[in-house]
Design a protein around this ligand. Structure first.
Ligand SMILES: [Fe+2]
Length: 241
């Protein structure tokens, strides 16, 4: 087609031809965009599947490790699984956001995984620990947190693991955090961990009854434990109001 000077107008045939060409181009572009969207959706689905598989594998590996620690001590076998069940129910009762409940469950399953770094002589000692042995024992939340932090999908659970022996009054370990300065998930873990330990046979004492555990929890509500979490625990599990 010969280019026209500005004062020359297009004939109807020429205008129709240009219109057809533009329409064809637009149709082709539309198809390309559709194809591109389809490819994008496919790769997103593939990436999602990969992420899910990676998370599943990491969690299974970590859970196996936690189970191995759990089973070292016949008195605490099954402790982590029970804890995870209590913690999730309590988290829901206390309105912990849904996206954090999953990490609370992982933290409950893995809270004591750092005990892999504590010698069995200390871990399974039937009597009281010496001051030196306590120093070693108190390293387990930090070791556990580091381990959990190194598994990418479990990263958000690491700080809960690190704080699971903090106390409401600030006299816990590792950092001596206090009150609301402790993550709610860690305050929950602390209560359910204590309850499960109290109601399980230990080498040096028999399991406490629910009533005795209730009294213990009440006695230390406001010092060792967050009173709101203790009350929620009573409502959920001990049928006491
Ligand atoms: Fe612990």
């Amino acid at each position: 087609m010969t280019p026209k000077s500005p004062d020359q107008s297009l004939s109807i045939t020429e205008a129709a031809h240009i219109g057809d060409t533009i329409e064809t181009h637009l149709l082709m572009m539309g198809q390309e965009i559709k194809d591109y969207q389809q490819q994008l959706r496919k790769s997103l689905r593939r990436e999602e599947r990969l992420r899910f598989d990676l998370e599943k594998t990491a969690i299974e590996a970590a859970a196996m490790l936690a189970k191995a620690v759990d089973e070292k001590d016949e008195y605490t076998a099954g402790h982590c699984e029970r804890l995870a069940g209590y913690a999730v129910s309590l988290g829901r009762e206390l309105d912990v956001p849904r996206n954090r409940i999953k990490q609370l469950r992982y933290a409950a399953l893995l809270h004591d995984v750092g005990k892999v770094g504590v010698p069995e002589a200390i871990l399974l000692k039937p009597g009281k620990l010496t001051d030196e042995e306590w120093v070693v024992m108190k390293t387990h939340p930090g070791i556990g947190a580091e381990l959990v932090r190194s598994i990418y999908p479990l990263k958000p659970a690491a700080e809960i693991v690190a704080q699971h022996h903090e106390r409401w009054d600030g006299k816990g370990y590792q950092k001596g955090l206090k009150g609301d300065g402790i993550l709610i998930e860690a305050r929950i873990l602390s209560v359910v961990d204590a309850y499960d330990a109290m109601t399980t046979d230990r080498p040096y004492r028999k399991a406490l009854s629910d009533e005795q555990a209730y009294e213990e929890l009440q006695k230390c509500s406001g010092t060792a434990w967050d009173p709101e979490v203790v009350n929620a625990f009573m409502r959920c599990f001990l049928d006491v109001h």
